[in-house]
Ligand binder design. Structure first.
Ligand SMILES: [Zn+2]
Length: 491
């Protein structure tokens, strides 16, 4: 069945049209018509190798093909030149665990349940890797970060799952090493060298290769600064880890020049990650010459005091949820920018649709459009939520306030809700893309229309859940907590 017909059917099912016998008969007749050789689909779907890059913490506007003025990202730009670039790709969450779990399941965080570091994603929800494995793909995942690890269920569906971690058994020693300049998480090139072994010895075509590079995440410690960006006055080591954490909150004013230097280091991390992406693709091309399908995205962005904070997790402004999303490969149009709002939860159904497979029931994503012009009114959601450890002393001791935000955008208008205190913010994303001019009071009808759509999404069969249910809690060791502390997720 072709992607367009399937999409239309899915929309009809979503709108509840098929609730009567007569409507089911209509559905059946459409299916028979399609099955009878409508001529719009692949009867023998190709099975290209699929390479799926998730670059941690890369905001879209720092990449060259997204207009980043300081960017040095020739490899990412080249992938975009050969394929489709989604200019308004919105992450369903503003930090790693919920965003990545949503990418892998195509449901929102409040549905898969992994909304905080002690929550594992619901093991009953099918993953992208499981679907591709069932379709005959050899599935291999490579990463070096706790929050996308088997601890949270990310290994489901992978024939090969390599968790490339440094030894953290003695956290004091780890910190001593960080201050000496040693990397805390494996670099992209270290991950590449693990993948090189797999390429040589284990890879079986067709394969689905998931690669998660962590480098642009704090601490910003690129292999080398970008010469064209300058070294700046700041000692790179002084900008790592805990000394920086006091500036996460808006009340702390940073010394002059520090923010600029941080951004330069962040850009350099993205540059080196771009280079690793290119190196890996070249290595794969040498061994597997057939053109692969390449998908590249990020889990969330990063804020540099855009709205007062540093880092991520704490808000749902676009510096945190607008991410790169690029698709390139056989049959994918080249050099096209798509401006419709899309989400990274769309990757899962897009890949299945591309292969002529049906996505699992209950997913929230839609196949990505290959042309512009439709779906201007799609509602896109994001969520972020934190809570304290059961043994924590509360907000005052941790220095962080509990938060639970949800955002929704349709057309130009975006509404951000704070569920803990019922505050609302409304922004016109076309006239005010930086989200500076809050308009909830001046445009109450627009806010209300978005709220209405939001309430529909939170109904029992809606796209958003309450995040509760029988979801397994994750027990973290003190060592794992320490690692999350050093990365700034908890205090
Ligand atoms: Zn992340």
């Amino acid at each position: 069945m072709g992607r367009v017909v399937r999409e239309q059917l899915r929309n009809l099912l979503r709108t509840g049209v098929f609730t009567t016998t007569r409507s089911w008969a209509l559905l059946l007749s459409v299916l028979l018509l399609v099955g009878g050789g409508g001529g719009c689909s692949r009867t023998e779907p190709d099975r290209p190798n699929i390479i799926f890059f998730t670059l941690d913490t890369v905001r879209a506007d720092r990449i060259g093909c997204y207009g980043g003025s300081m960017a040095r990202t020739p490899h990412l730009d080249q992938i975009a030149e050969n394929g489709l670039l989604y200019t308004q790709a919105i992450s369903p969450a503003s930090w790693t665990l919920p965003a990545m779990a949503s990418i892998m399941t195509s449901v929102y965080p409040s549905r898969h349940g992994a909304y905080w570091v002690d929550r594992r994603m619901d093991g009953e929800i099918p993953t992208l890797a499981q679907s591709l494995q069932a379709a005959g793909y050899h599935t291999a995942g490579f990463h070096g970060h706790l929050l996308v690890s088997s601890l949270y269920g990310f290994d489901r569906g992978f024939d090969v799952f390599r968790e490339i971690q440094v030894d953290l058994s003695d956290t004091a020693e780890v910190w001593a090493n960080i201050h000496k300049g040693k990397r805390f998480e494996p670099t992209a090139e270290e991950i590449n060298s693990e993948i090189a072994d797999w390429i040589e010895n284990e890879a079986i075509e067709p394969f689905f290769l998931w690669v998660h590079y962590f480098d642009p995440h704090m601490p910003y410690k690129p292999p080398a600064p970008l010469p064209q960006l300058g070294e700046g006055p700041w000692d790179r080591i002084a900008l790592l880890g805990r000394p920086l954490q006091k500036y996460f909150q808006p009340k702390e004013t940073m010394p002059e020049g520090m923010l600029d230097q941080l951004e330069r280091l962040y850009d350099a991390e993205i540059h080196w990650t771009d280079r690793a992406t290119g190196n890996l693709l070249e290595k794969l091309r040498a061994r597997f010459p057939e053109e692969p399908l390449v998908v590249l995205t990020s889990d969330h962005g990063e804020e540099f005091k855009d709205h007062g904070h540093l880092g991520h997790t704490r808000t749902l402004y676009n510096e945190l949820i607008r991410v790169p999303l690029i698709l390139s490969g056989p049959g994918i149009p080249a050099g096209r920018n798509i401006g419709e709002p899309v989400q990274t939860i769309d990757i899962f159904p897009t890949l299945l649709d591309y292969l002529g497979l049906e996505p699992p029931r209950g997913i929230a994503g839609l196949p990505l459009p290959f042309t512009s012009g439709g779906r201007q009114n799609r509602m896109v959601f994001s969520e972020t939520r934190n809570r304290f450890w059961p043994d924590s002393l509360g907000a005052e001791a941790s220095g962080t306030q509990p938060l639970y935000f949800r955002s929704m955008q349709r057309g130009n208008w975006k509404l951000i809700l704070s569920l803990l205190d019922d505050k609302r913010e409304l922004f016109d994303m076309s006239g005010d893309p930086g989200e500076r001019i809050e308009q909830a009071a001046s445009n109450p009808d627009t806010a209300l229309a978005l709220l209405h759509a939001y309430h529909q999404a939170t109904e029992p069969n809606g796209l958003l859940g309450d995040g509760g249910g029988e979801i397994e809690n994750v027990e973290l060791s003190e060592e794992e907590r320490e690692r999350l502390r050093t990365l700034g997720y908890i205090r």
